[in-house]
Design a protein around this ligand. Structure first.
Ligand code: NAG
Length: 253
């Protein structure tokens, strides 16, 4: 009897759990993502999509002006992804006078390349964001929380949902993860240091300096060689003079 009850409890748990697990889907910022519904039933009459806070308009075809549209039987495509699209979605499917719900957890990822000394602005503090962690130091560390804001004086956050690194250092490069209150990853940003590129005036200045240095070296070499040749000729000349004087003296004898 007790075992039966345990089994029943386990079964209830399993059903409850599977009904609540969200299917993870991932898309690149500015890219598209599909929330797959995988229902083959052709009697699907209607679908509704909800985020955690509102019902979302789903266009019937891609030709609509909106970013969210239906594809095939009941798949939903979100195009031109932005960070604030990240989070939980519920797709309600109506068919044969019945309805079912599918849940999704949408994750957005992006890559950013920054020059040393530049300001880095990441618009990752979306409404569901609870924490931001980074492994730039080699281990995962919190750099921002909803309750306490930024954890470093090299960082800022603003009212538009930006996390700002005031002056980027190469040690800031790494992965930045934005987590919701349940610890699910909403956004992943991979930040790399972009190689220094000299601007045009700087390149011109460097070119002029190299030319001047070359000319100076060349001038020094020419002077040294000239002095060497002049001294050699001078010595030969005096030797020749000495020789003739010697022979003259010998002839006298
Ligand atoms: C951070 O984690 C990512 C994987 O999530 C890894 O590829 C990267 O090398 C790590 N960076 C550092 C600085 O540890």
């Amino acid at each position: 009897m007790f075992r039966c009850f345990n089994l029943l409890l386990l079964l209830v748990c399993l059903v409850y759990h599977s009904g609540n697990t969200s299917k993870p889907v991932s898309g690149e910022k500015r890219g598209n993502v599909i929330l797959p519904c995988q229902y083959e039933d052709s009697n699907i009459g209607h679908i509704d999509l909800f985020s955690e806070v509102e019902k979302i308009d789903v266009c019937e075809t891609e030709e609509c002006s909106g970013r969210v549209f239906k594809e095939g039987n009941c798949d939903v495509v979100i195009k031109n992804l932005i960070f604030s699209d990240a989070g939980k979605y519920t797709l309600r499917i109506y068919y044969n006078n019945d309805q079912t719900e599918l849940k999704y957890q949408l994750h957005i990822h992006d890559e950013i390349s920054v020059k040393t000394g530049e300001e880095l602005k990441m618009s990752v503090l979306v409404s569901d964001a609870d924490k931001v962690k980074t492994n730039s130091s080699g281990e995962w560390k919190e750099v921002w929380t909803r309750d306490h804001g930024v954890q470093s004086d090299r960082m800022n956050d603003d009212d538009d949902g930006n996390l700002i690194i005031k002056s980027f250092l190469d040690s800031d490069a790494g992965t930045y993860r934005v987590l919701d209150t349940e610890g699910e990853t909403l956004i992943t940003v991979t930040v790399t240091e972009s190689p220094e590129k000299l601007d045009d005036t700087e390149q011109q200045r460097n070119w002029i300096v190299s030319v001047v240095v070359c000319l100076v070296i060349l001038a020094v070499i020419v002077i040294v060689i000239s002095v060497f040749i002049w001294r050699r000729q001078h010595r030969d000349h005096t030797q020749v003079q000495e020789n003739t004087e010697n022979t003259q003296e010998l002839e006298k004898l």
